[in-house]
Design a binder for this molecule. Structure first.
Ligand SMILES: Cc1cc2nc3c(=O)[nH]c(=O)nc-3n(C[C@H](O)[C@H](O)[C@H](O)COP(=O)(O)O)c2cc1C
Length: 251
């Protein structure tokens, strides 16, 4: 059985328009392929502490906070077969809750921690700011390694007032079908130029540090990152080679 995990950065939980749009979408996916379990995690009730900027994750790969829900949410994202990341637009961009999640997962940008994960982003607003919010969201998930399969967007007004709900169910049927095909392994999610760029960017950043500081003489902040890339063998691979290597690890 395959798993869809959705993480929604709205402070509203049951009344969230973004949650409603995403839940409707998952129900439609299940109409095309039923061997799916799903979970929608609302950051409105599953609180995550803001990053304190200590850089410990760079030194050890671990966050110093141990007592909030981040580790649980992180593992659920890591272990799902398909990710949906949603947020309402707040002041033209993602909510604070969504940004806090990204900050706490900063290491995934440096480790391409979600390499190859098929992902859909979902945004609702009262009519403005969808593009800027979506661009940011799409950029971050692709820098984390996610393969962007599509985007959901909808207009919602006050919490719990999502007047065109049915219109979005119809509009995104094609995307639900595509998602079902990926989950049933009839189709593969295709990486973008941005995935390739993110990989090359991080690889060059590490190789550049090697040149500057000499082999095995990394600053304490990049040692963990370098070891991780070495262990994966990615420093001498192209993005496509790294992606294939990762797929063979998690068939
Ligand atoms: C603090 C705050 C800021 C908002 N900023 C915007 C905005 O910049 N543009 C916009 O169109 N809607 C804005 N909205 C409206 C929400 O994006 C919209 O109602 C959304 O559907 C709420 O999603 P939710 O029910 O999932 O929380 C804002 C709402 C709040 C509470």
């Amino acid at each position: 059985m395959k798993k869809i995990t959705a993480v929604i950065g709205s402070p509203n939980d049951k009344k969230s328009n973004t949650c409603t749009m995403v839940r409707d979408f998952i129900d439609t996916v299940k109409q095309y392929y039923s061997d799916i379990e799903s979970e929608v995690i609302s950051l409105g009730i599953n609180k995550v502490e803001p990053c304190r900027g200590c850089w410990n994750c760079f030194k050890t790969g671990e966050c110093v906070y141990k007592n909030d829900l981040l580790p649980e949410i992180r593992d659920k994202i890591l272990n799902c077969d398909f990710l949906i990341l949603g947020t309402p637009v707040y002041e033209q961009t993602v909510t604070g809750q969504t940004k806090i999640l990204f900050d706490r997962l900063m290491m995934w940008i440096h480790l391409i921690g979600l390499m190859g994960k098929p992902t859909i982003t979902a945004v609702t607003s009262a009519g403005d700011g969808i593009k800027s919010c979506q661009e940011y969201l799409d950029l971050i998930v692709q820098f984390m390694g996610c393969i962007l399969v599509g985007q959901l967007e909808g207009i919602g007004l006050q919490p719990g007032y999502f007047p065109e709900r049915q219109k979005y169910v119809e509009k995104y049927k094609y995307l639900a079908k595509k998602t079902a095909s990926i989950l049933s392994e009839k189709k593969e999610a295709k990486p973008s130029k941005m995935n390739e760029h993110a990989f090359e960017h991080m690889k060059q950043h590490l190789l550049c540090q090697t040149k500057k500081s000499g082999e095995n003489n990394f600053t304490e902040y990049s040692f963990y990152e370098h070891e991780y890339w070495e262990e994966k063998g990615w420093l001498t691979m192209t993005y496509q080679e790294a992606l294939q290597a990762e797929k063979s690890l998690h068939p």
